[in-house]
Ligand binder design. Structure first.
Ligand code: NAD
Ligand code: 89V
Length: 357
């Protein structure tokens, strides 16, 4: 008789604004059990523990890592804390999921990925835009050849939603939209069109009183010959506010696929046009308009558990996300210089040595 598969024992580090979605998503996955939460703020740690039920709340990471028998940790803290937290997890060779952005800069991001690799501990970056159902459907349409060879993509995240209300740190950070949501849409560009060999980016700071840039437009040249326009804005006063939706159009030699407002996808394949409702599932704990992102959190967690069980590299492994993060860094370099940047020439990053390294 095969042994029943015991749930993987996890801990969530960081129980602030977004962690509520991680905790709710873990609660819905029987293959995992969150046995501990940790936050510097005791009230937040205890609220997180209560959300999953039966977990122990800690305010000291070292104490939790010593006291608990864990199979993985899920780190939901802001980027400036990531390297120190990873250091402690790597010392225990603990598999870790780490929220985006991987780090404040590419050098730190490389150190984090290499530290976990040296520890032999799997690392996945919680980069969830590519796990959103509508974006998966666009990618599936392109991948199955419905539009022929991709030639162009337009990927736009434009909003005037008050993101600062729940994430006040965003108003203070020097690197704002390219780091915060540019990392999402640049990852989507890789997901849809593959690696980029050139990048030109412009940015602007529109909203009075914020420190960083809140508008970005990048033009990418991809290895497959396609061009993408990847843009994001937190100061777009549009007639139809669609936060947090990403609008996408991919054109190819045989047609096109468009992700339109309200999760409506239109495909032209040859002379045939079809319409598809690719709305995210509204999970029982989710609420609009965040439900698309919330479902993607569930999908990321599901993927992580499968990777742990099957000992396979996550789709958004640390090594993979370095390729996205290199585009973030290249975008900042391009904004600064006013020139296009070759991401490959601009910075070397380590390749995944593979499972038997
Ligand atoms: P937050 O500041 O609300 O919460 C972070 C929490 O981590 C705080 O409560 C803080 O006390 C705690 N913390 C910091 N250092 C710690 C340590 N060493 N040990 C224990 N606890 C520690 O931040 P947030 O808005 O929840 O964002 C967290 C991360 O999630 C950010 O990187 C953000 O970019 C990301 N995020 C992702 C998405 C998405 O996946 N689409 C959406 C929003 C935010
Ligand atoms: O999804 C995120 O990473 C958030 C955003 C405001 C872009 O939704 O920071």
């Amino acid at each position: 008789m095969t042994e029943p598969t015991l749930p993987k024992r996890g801990a969530v580090i960081g129980c602030g604004f977004f962690a509520v979605n991680h905790l709710a998503a873990w609660r819905g996955l029987p293959a995992a059990k969150i046995v501990a939460t940790c936050d510097l703020d005791r009230e937040r740690a205890e609220a997180g523990a209560a959300l999953v039920g039966g977990a122990t709340a800690y305010t000291d990471l070292a104490e939790m890592l010593d006291a608990e028998r864990l199979d993985f940790v899920d780190i939901v803290t802001t980027m400036e804390t990531h390297e120190a937290i990873i250091e402690q997890c790597a010392d225990k060779a603990l598999p870790a999921v780490l929220q985006k952005p991987l780090a404040p800069d590419l050098q730190t991001a490389v150190r984090i990925v290499e530290r976990m690799d040296r520890a032999g501990a799997p690392l996945m970056i919680h980069e969830n835009f590519r796990f959103q159902r509508p974006i998966r459907e666009v990618q599936r349409t392109v991948a199955r050849g419905a539009i022929g060879r991709p030639t162009h993509a337009d990927i736009q995240f434009r909003t005037n939603h008050d993101i600062y209300a729940k994430q006040p740190y965003l108003a203070e950070t020097e690197r704002l939209i390219i780091s915060d949501v540019g990392v999402h849409v640049l990852d989507v560009a890789r997901f849809l069109l593959g690696e980029a060999t050139s990048l030109f980016c412009r940015a602007a700071s529109i909203r009075p009183g914020i420190r960083g840039e809140d508008m970005m437009t990048a033009v990418l040249g991809h290895e497959n010959g396609a061009t993408s326009i990847v843009a994001a804005s937190y100061e777009s006063k549009l007639a139809n506010e669609i936060f947090p939706q990403t609008l996408i159009r991919v054109e190819g030699t045989q047609g096109s696929v468009e992700l339109c407002p309200d999760y409506q996808m239109v495909v032209r394949s040859g002379d045939e046009v079809s319409h598809h409702d690719v709305s995210p599932i509204l999970l029982d704990w989710a609420e609009k308009p965040w439900h698309g992102i919330q479902e993607s959190v569930f999908r990321v967690n599901e993927h992580w558990l499968r990777c742990l069980a099957e000992k396979m590299a996550p789709e958004t492994s640390g090594f993979d996300n370095l390729k996205t993060f290199r585009l973030v860094e290249a975008a900042y370099r391009s904004v600064e210089s006013g020139d296009a940047v070759d991401p490959y020439a601009f910075a070397a990053i380590p390749e995944d040595p593979g499972p038997n390294s």
